[in-house]
Design a protein around this ligand. Structure first.
Ligand SMILES: Nc1nc2c(ncn2[C@@H]2O[C@H](COP(=O)(O)OP(=O)(O)OP(=O)(O)O)[C@@H](O)[C@H]2O)c(=O)[nH]1
Length: 777
């Protein structure tokens, strides 16, 4: 029935740590699903549920308790891809074991994409294991407070952490582990590469204890070491599981599982009993219900304790994140993956076992999070959504809270195996691929209607209709979505010829939907496109993607820091605009004042107040025109034209000739505000970054000396394992090329993360130097 799916290893460049300004290029294997066009299609490229595929039918409407939304996280090269591939193979998702070694080039990849009009990356693959539906969600390999990682972790209910058993916990494992801690995600550890000569089970366990500060629950012990590694002892059931090649295949599908008591291997049996007793004691320490059971009925002989009682207790402590089950195997040698899948089903939570605060606001209404957008050249954007409550149906209108926009979801698809199965509806807990949502971007929250959002907001104690409600605070409250940091770098981007401008605009629009940390603006003076991103390499990667994926060779202007401007004193101004257009006289006089805003939180849109003597209630359209004028003036500060921050505007009076149009009012307000800003004492604000560098002690003094030259202020130096961790605040302007500089200072042994802390006032000397550089002093 299914066409063969082949996984093509393709090297592409992916951005990892985008929002910290520190991006690493990495070669990633992208899953390309071949034979997309199903055989029994009701419509082109779509397939209704094939009648003869019973298993499909059974998993299309699983009970929520039978769903697992999981991710696989790992340090680079720990075996994430190989493990995932085996999972897909044993579940029947793929028909052949994929080739993990590098092979095809990016060009081949692009050719594939062109040929079929779509590339399905492994953003979320759905497969069946036992009677559960597993949605495996891709998590990026390199992570550190990134939008990419945030969006993935946001939709995961559980995760498998894969380790190289010869290396134990590596740097990136620590980072992803911390991220998962932050999102309270229950985990299972898989010690991979047990076939390697250097594999060391005990060492890996110790490093999990020491470095991750967690309690590993040894659910398995390896049988054999390195080349002789052939299987595992299941500590919970006291069984041995041995993978033996058959005469026809060595794909690991066949394995032998039997109680150790029957094998006659007394050594292994003793090992299993000791490990089981230790496990029971450990779990009893963490779970009162289990402790009662063990100390009562089974205190004399733990051997009599049924495996299912122990499994239930392990599940409870795993979900409570008091401990982490550990399994082992060798993905490459096809050993240990089926028990790992069993453990995913058994110990990781179903969506209804995870608590999400915002669910109470929506009750049974739809609430879903768009977590990935991919572009299909024929069908437009395909949006992956995680449904938290309610359900989605094809041909239904949905409301996007972030965009304040209602749009139609034309199709709901389950990307199952190599088929896109159209489904009539999908309920809470599921991951769906939707067609028709043209404006929805990564991180947006989708609900059934605007009134449903308003009702949810009321339940959450907020009023969505209020003017201030579109601010990010309320949006994130309603969505519990992904927090998108403000871009801190920008540059101009131009197509090779004006005829390609529409193509470039389209490419930029598509990329923005996929990557919410990328922003594109138009320079009002030059009409050039301005690309705003989170770091030097973020912008480089966007540049590269436009070339590779859209075939446009663009030119980037010099990279610049996104400064802001503010004022230090209160000033008033008056302005009059008097123009006659045709037979109409547009006459308006505006009087307003600007002053520094001293609220708790920094604000970019100016805080607008109306003077008390503004007696007559303003017509809403006139008010909108006035406020439009204020916001347009605030985008261009009086010093260098950067946006204004922390300014309050008081409108004293607006006097109009009856024929005056609203755009004229906006223009006059804008001009008057610019006049006021110019009169005030002005201050440049620069982005201040918080920097964390992990280095070995030998490099500490060199790195500190370099930081001092970059106007960095060291806030803390502490020890992490054998390394020193330096925490500092450094102006972004001093961090250009830091990745290369740090590499050369430490011979490549250091790593760093960079995050926007806030905007700080520049001292007069620095400010003058900057203005001088721009020829303004
Ligand atoms: N010996 C051994 N090698 C393995 C095992 N699993 C994976 N490898 C090898 O380790 C290398 C990296 O494996 P991948 O599966 O690509 O690891 P990854 O974590 O996905 O790597 P990135 O995507 O680059 O982060 C490949 O050469 C694999 O063949 C294993 O169980 N044993």
């Amino acid at each position: 029935m299914f066409r063969v799916m082949r996984k093509l290893p393709v090297n592409v460049l992916t951005a990892s740590s985008w929002c910290n300004g520190y991006v690493q290029y990495r070669r990633t294997r992208v899953m390309v699903i071949k034979g997309l066009k199903p055989q029994a299609c009701s419509q082109k490229n779509y397939c209704s549920l094939p009648e003869d595929v019973k298993s499909l039918r059974s998993i299309l409407t699983p009970h929520i308790s039978k769903i697992r939304n999981i991710g696989i996280m790992a340090h680079i090269d720990a075996g994430k891809t190989t493990t995932t591939e085996r999972m897909l193979y044993y579940s029947g998702y793929t028909r052949a074991l994929g080739d993990v070694d590098d092979g095809d080039t990016v060009t081949d990849f692009m050719a594939q994409e062109r040929e079929r009009g779509i590339t399905i990356q492994s953003a979320a693959v759905t497969f069946e294991w036992k009677d559960c539906r597993i949605n495996l969600i891709d998590t990026p390999g390199h992570v550190d407070f990134t939008v990419e990682v945030e969006r993935c972790l946001r939709v995961l209910d559980g995760a498998v952490a894969v380790f190289d058993a010869s290396a134990g916990v590596e740097a990136q494992t620590l980072t992803v582990w911390r991220q998962a801690d932050k999102h309270h995600i229950p985990r299972i550890c898989f010690l991979n590469k047990m076939d390697k000569n250097e594999a060391d089970f005990a060492y890996a366990i110790e490093s999990i204890k020491q470095k991750l500060k967690t309690k590993p629950l040894l659910l398995q012990l390896p049988i054999g070491e390195a080349r002789t590694f052939k299987g595992v002892i299941d500590v919970v059931t006291k069984e041995q599981i041995i993978w033996k090649p058959t005469s026809s295949s060595d794909d690991g599908k066949v394995f032998e599982q039997k109680p150790l008591a029957e094998t006659g291997d007394l050594g292994l049996l003793k090992e299993a009993k000791d490990a089981r007793n230790a496990l029971i004691e450990q779990v009893a320490d963490l779970d009162d219900e289990f402790a009662e059971l063990v100390l009562g009925e089974f205190s004399e002989n733990f051997d009599l304790l049924p495996a299912d009682k122990l499994q239930s207790a392990i599940r409870r402590v795993t979900l409570a994140q008091k401990a982490v089950p550990v399994l082992c195997g060798s993905a490459l040698k096809n050993k240990g993956i089926q028990p790992l899948l069993d453990a995913v089903v058994m110990y990781l939570p179903a969506p209804n076992e995870c608590s999400y605060d915002f669910l109470q606001w929506y009750k049974d209404d739809l609430c879903a999070l768009a977590f990935k957008v991919i572009h299909d050249k024929q069908r437009g954007p395909l949006v992956f959504i995680r449904i938290y409550s309610g359900s989605v149906k094809p041909q239904s209108a949905v409301y996007n809270i972030n965009k304040n926009y209602t749009e139609r979801m034309s199709r709901v698809i389950l990307p199952f195996a190599d088929q896109h199965v159209e489904i009539p509806s999908l309920t809470a807990g599921n991951i769906a691929l939707t067609v028709g949502l043209k404006k929805s971007a990564t991180g947006d929250t989708i609900v059934s209607s605007k009134s449903s959002a308003v009702a949810a907001a009321h339940r959450a104690g907020r009023n969505v209709e209020r003017k201030q409600s579109r601010n990010s605070e309320v949006a994130s409250l309603l969505l519990a979505g992904v927090e998108i940091p403000e871009p801190v770098f920008f540059c101009t981007i131009e197509p090779p010829s004006l005829t390609q401008q529409p193509d470039l605009d389209n490419a930029l629009m598509c990329l923005q939907l996929e990557d919410p940390s990328l922003k594109v603006k138009i320079d009002p003076d030059t009409s050039q496109n301005i690309l705003c991103g989170m770091g030097e390499l973020h912008i480089e990667i966007v540049h590269d993607r436009i070339k590779r994926e859209y075939g446009i060779e663009t030119y980037l202007g010099p990279l610049q820091v996104a400064y802001r401007e503010t004022i230090l004193n209160s000033v008033q101004a008056t302005d009059t605009l008097d123009r006659t257009i045709g037979d109409k006289r547009h006459l308006v006089t505006v009087e307003l004042g600007v002053s520094p805003w001293t609220g708790e939180r920094a604000t970019i849109p100016p805080v607008i107040q109306y003077a008390e003597n503004f007696t007559a209630p303003l017509h809403p359209e006139l008010q909108e025109a006035i406020e439009n004028g204020i916001s347009s003036a605030s985008l261009k500060g009086p010093l260098l034209g950067f946006p204004i921050q922390d300014v309050a505007v008081t409108v004293y009076s607006v006097t109009l000739h009856p024929d005056t149009s609203l755009p004229m009012v906006s223009a006059c307000v804008s001009r008057c505000m610019q006049k006021a800003l110019k009169k005030a004492s002005k201050q440049m604000l620069e982005p201040l970054m918080s920097l964390e560098i992990t280095i070995n002690e030998d490099n500490l003094s060199t790195v500190l000396a370099d930081l001092a030259q970059r106007r960095g202020k060291v806030q803390e130096i502490h020890t992490r394992q054998d390394n020193k961790v330096v925490v500092a605040a450094v102006p972004l302007a001093e961090m250009m090329g830091y990745s290369t500089a740090l590499r050369s200072l430490t011979s490549g042994s250091a790593t760093f993360t960079l995050e926007l802390a806030n905007y700080q006032a520049m001292n007069m000397q620095e400010q003058n130097a900057l203005l001088q550089k721009r020829g303004l002093v």
